[in-house]
Design a protein around this ligand. Sequence first.
Ligand SMILES: *Cc1c(COP(=O)(O)O)cnc(C)c1O
Length: 375
Amino acid sequence: MPRPIQATIHTEALRHNLARARQSQPDARVWAVVKANAYGHGIEHAFEGLRAADGFALLNLDEAQRVRALGWRGPILLLEGVFEQRDLELCSRLDLWHVVHCNEQIDMLATHKTHVPHRVFLKMNSGMNRLGFMPQRFRAAWTRLNALPQVDEISFMTHFSDADGPKGVAAQLATFNSVTQDLPGERSLSNSAATLRYPLVGTAPANERVASDWLRPGIVLYGSSPDFPDHSATDWGLQPAMTLSSKLIATQDLAVGDTVGYGSNYTAQQPMRIGVVACGYADGYMRASAGNNEHGTPVLVNGVRTRTVGRVSMDMITVDLTPVPDAGFGSEVTLWGQSSSGVVLPIDEVAAAGGTVGYELMCALAPRVPVVVAD
Ligand SMILES: *Cc1c(COP(=O)(O)O)cnc(C)c1O
C-alpha cells in the first residue's frame, strides 16, 4: 500500500471558480493563469476544469508546449515574454502571444525571421517596478514595435501592486489610462484581486472600475482568496480546487509534561491523545506552520477541526485528537481543502498559521505527492 498522502484536484471547483471570475466583467475574455504548473495543481490535471477559458497565460515555454500538447488551439500568452532570441522561433511555431516589457525584447523581435507576425502585449510599469516600460517611455516603445513587420496586433497590459490592499488601484489605473488613452488595442489589467474587488459591474467609483478586454485571474481559479483575511474564499463564492489529504499512521497517549517532536516544541498540559499524520515538509506542508502551546495550525481529522501540536518534520506532523476521541490508525486527515464528509478547511487559514499565503502552499505541493483528478 502506498503512503496514504494524496492531492485531489476538483475539476468542478475549477469550472465554478472560472465562472465566478467571469461574473465581474461578463463581456471580457479570461486568461486562465496557469504559471507554476497551474499553481501546483498540474497543468494536465487542471486543464479539463479550465478549458472554458479564452486563453492560457503562463511563463515557461515548456508549459506552453504542454498546453498545446493537450490539444489547445486557442491563445496562449507568455507573461514574461521571451528570454532569448530562439524562444521567438517557438512562438512562431506554436503561435504563442508574448509580453514585451523591455527594449531587449524589441531588439530580438526586430531580427526575428518569421512569415507570420506575432501578437504581442506591450507592458507598462505603472508603479509595480518589476517589468514594463516606464510611462514616459511607453509610447516610444509602441512606435518602435508598431513599425516592425514581425509584429501584428499590439495589446496593452499592466500589473497592479495593491489590488488586494488599502492602497488600491486608482493611481496605477490613472497612469495607465492617461498614457494608453488614444492608442488602438486591447487592454489587460486585472489579476484576481482586481477582478473581484474592482469589478466593472457594481458600485465602485469610476476611478476604481477596471475595464479589461482580458482579465488575468490566477489564484481565484484555484479557490483561494486573493485578499484573505479581508475576504475569505467563501465570502467570494470560491470553492477549493485542491484537497491535500492523508491518514493517521499512529497515535500516542501523552501524560502531563510530555513533549512532542523535534525541539520539544509542545508540552501536554493535561493527559491527551495525539495522532501522527503521514505528511511533512517534504510533501509541501510548511515547516514554519505554528505548532507550539500558544498556536497550532488548523487540520481536519474525520472532518472534525483540530490543530497541529509540535514541529512539522520531514515526513510527519502531529495533531491533537482531543476533539476527535474516536479517531485512530487510518482515520482521514484533511490538511486543506475538503473532507470526504464535505467539511472545508480553507487553504488560506492553513497558510496564515504558517505566516504565508495560499499561493505559496499550493505551489509548494511536492512531486512525491500522488495527484488524482476528481469531477
Ligand atoms: C501571476 C500573475 C497574474 C495572476 O495573479 P493572481 O494574483 O494569482 O490572480 C496576473 N498577471 C500577471 C502578470 C501575473 O504574473
